[in-house]
Ligand binder design. Structure first.
Ligand code: LP5
Ligand code: MN
Length: 252
């Protein structure tokens, strides 16, 4: 079928409702036969460890594993909400965890993939927080704490984050242009796909130096799924960032 799909920022919390229903619907209707599905972070609203009993995560894993068994490669990248997803859960999804950044070959084009938070370099408070929670020793210590305690820490952090965000200028929470250019040049790519900012769109930009013979580059930003679903479809002919209305929930 020759297509590759990209999604991010679903922020799934409930095992029911429009977001997960849209995802399951898309996994049944649009993904079968695709070469690959890339999930670029924040699939879940908050992830406190693979040992958390989470019916929403079970439903997602079952659906992804089915596709994986049928030959669609499934890739998972961490976001700032679900960076604790581990090998265990990835295996249950039949998915491969991706490092950040990852460069893929998409029908002859080099494409770089990140969640997007690392590009928001003007948000210095966040970057300090990020380097702490991405430290493997810190993570091991956190994961060794009882589930209930982890749940409470996560809830508290979500609250603090909401409060911090309401006091931040909105441009601080967007990517830094120079950082985008630096990343793309260092990886020799003309296309970057990311999420996180919840500002879906396609931006063209000029690089300082030509890459692969062109100084034109493009940054594709995936959308968050709070109001509708967003799917980037990549084929040998080109790409299309599609907003899709949520499914009316059935039987409720
Ligand atoms: O997520 P969002 O969109 O609200 O805002 C993000 C940045 N915030 C975060 C924090 C997450 O929301 C919290 C997720 C918790 C789920 C995982 C929990 C399991 C592990 C527990 C880890 C401790 O990512 C926000 C950015 C915004 O994106 C835009 O880019 O601005 O950054 C912040 O809000 C961070 C604050 O600026 C600083 C936070 C201070 C917290 C201090 C606690 C440090 C101690 C940590 C150890 C317990
Ligand atoms: Mn995010």
């Amino acid at each position: 079928n020759n297509k590759t799909l990209f999604i991010s920022d679903l922020h799934i919390e409930s095992p029911d409702g429009p977001i997960i229903n849209s995802l399951l619907n898309i996994l049944q209707t649009r993904v079968p036969g695709a070469d690959a599905l890339y999930i670029l972070g924040d699939l879940f609203e908050a992830w406190i460890g693979d040992d958390d009993e989470n019916p929403a995560a079970d439903r997602v894993a079952d659906a992804l594993a089915g596709l994986s068994a049928d030959g669609t490669a499934i890739y998972l990248m961490h976001g700032n909400r679900d960076f604790l997803i581990g090998q265990d859960y990835a295996s249950r999804c039949g998915a491969t965890l991706l490092n950040e950044p990852t460069v893929i070959d998409c029908y002859g084009q080099r494409v770089a993939l990140v969640h997007g938070d690392s590009l928001c370099t003007r948000d210095t408070d966040y970057l300090k927080f990020r380097s702490q929670v991405r430290d493997p020793d810190w993570q091991a210590a956190f994961l060794a704490r009882p589930l209930l305690e982890r749940l409470m820490v996560a809830q508290q952090l979500r609250q603090q984050s909401k409060e911090a965000n309401s006091n931040k200028a909105s441009d601080i929470m967007d990517v830094t242009h120079e950082e985008v250019v630096k990343l793309m040049e260092s990886l020799s790519v003309n296309i970057l796909v990311h999420g996180h900012t919840h500002r879906p769109g396609i931006h063209t930009l000029r690089l300082q130096e030509p890459i692969n013979g062109s100084d034109e580059a493009c940054r594709i930003v995936l959308g968050a799924w709070d109001q509708k679903a967003w799917v980037l479809e990549f084929t040998p002919e080109g790409y299309d960032l599609k907003p899709l209305p949520h499914q009316p929930s059935s039987g409720k």
